[in-house]
Design a protein around this ligand. Structure first.
Ligand code: ATP
Length: 274
């Protein structure tokens, strides 16, 4: 088999004492749709952020065609969990700004953008300031922004969350078309039926490790289950760890109440090592 496009070897990521990911080995080949499935706090977003090169692993290496991911950013398109749009710019200005950073000519960018905007039914909103955009409109704008420079690999954090039924279908068919044209898509999702329908390969992330990895049918065979939901439940039957922020981060209000009621503040704070 050809050498992998993305190669993760012995990757771990710690945030202070929190082990978000431990010893992940993954090889990603081009031309596939890969779903990252897992419970809240399992480590999916952390994995996507590491693959996008926006944070460094604590241990291990991540390479894109044998080079550090940070040198290959132009080849990646990323839709993060929070879309990060500038509210004072219009949707098109947000996208154009991003494309210019990648050295894409405005006309080329507009040709691609208008094509995707028509498909996602958001063309009319491109001249509007993104302040006041609904979650779905933000999501679509961020997706078009990620596609505007023609990346080879798309990393999407829950791309269909917040989208109406028709838009979610369009995103699924767009993702499939990109794969059919030779692109690679890695995306996190909680929708197992969607993952079953769309993904060539599903990686189940549980408590910071890869619990299972295979095609939907392979996971069904492995667990002797009829639906991916049952397979997922049987593969992750042991308790999910508590989310670190549930344990360690305390909201301002509850911190205030703790201080008010007990006169003490929490002993430890979460320390980020980004
Ligand atoms: P969800 O489905 O809820 O979005 P997830 O699978 O994407 O969850 P991550 O966001 O990767 O999970 O989080 C994995 C663990 O790492 C959690 O315990 C989380 O609290 C912790 N974590 C992630 N980012 C940080 C950070 N910047 N600082 C501290 N802890 C973090």
């Amino acid at each position: 088999m050809a050498s992998p496009m993305l190669n993760l070897v012995g990757v771990a990521k710690h945030f202070g004492e929190i082990e978000a990911l431990s010893l992940v080995d993954l090889q990603i080949h081009s031309g596939q749709i890969i779903g990252l499935v897992g419970g809240n706090g399992a480590g999916k977003t952390t994995l996507l952020r590491l693959m996008a090169g926006v944070m460094e692993p604590t241990k291990g290496t991540i390479t894109f065609e044998n080079k550090p991911v940070s040198q290959m950013r132009k080849r990646l398109g990323v839709v993060p969990e929070s879309t990060g749009l500038y509210s004072r710019l219009t949707a098109w200005e947000n996208i154009r700004y991003h494309s210019r950073m990648y050295g894409v000519d405005d006309n080329d960018s507009w040709n691609r953008v208008s094509h995707f905007a028509k498909r996602l039914d958001i063309l009319d909103a491109l001249p509007r300031h993104t302040k006041g955009f609904s979650r779905g409109m933000r999501q679509k704008t961020a997706l078009i922004r990620a596609l505007a420079h023609g990346p080879d690999i798309l990393l999407l954090d829950e791309p269909t969350a917040g989208l109406d039924v028709t838009s979610a279908r369009t995103v699924r068919s767009l993702v499939q078309q990109l794969r059919d044209e030779g692109g690679t898509v890695i995306y996190s999702t909680h929708h197992l039926a969607e993952a079953h329908q769309v993904c060539d390969r599903i990686i189940i992330v549980h408590n910071g490790t890869i619990r299972a990895d295979g095609s939907p049918n392979e996971l069904l065979e492995l667990t002797d289950c009829e639906s991916l939901e049952e397979a997922y439940v049987s593969l992750t039957a042991d308790k999910a760890r508590a989310r670190a922020e549930d344990d360690a981060k305390e909201g301002k209000l509850s911190r205030w109440w703790r201080y008010f009621l007990t006169g003490s503040t929490p002993k430890s704070e979460v320390v980020e090592d980004e």
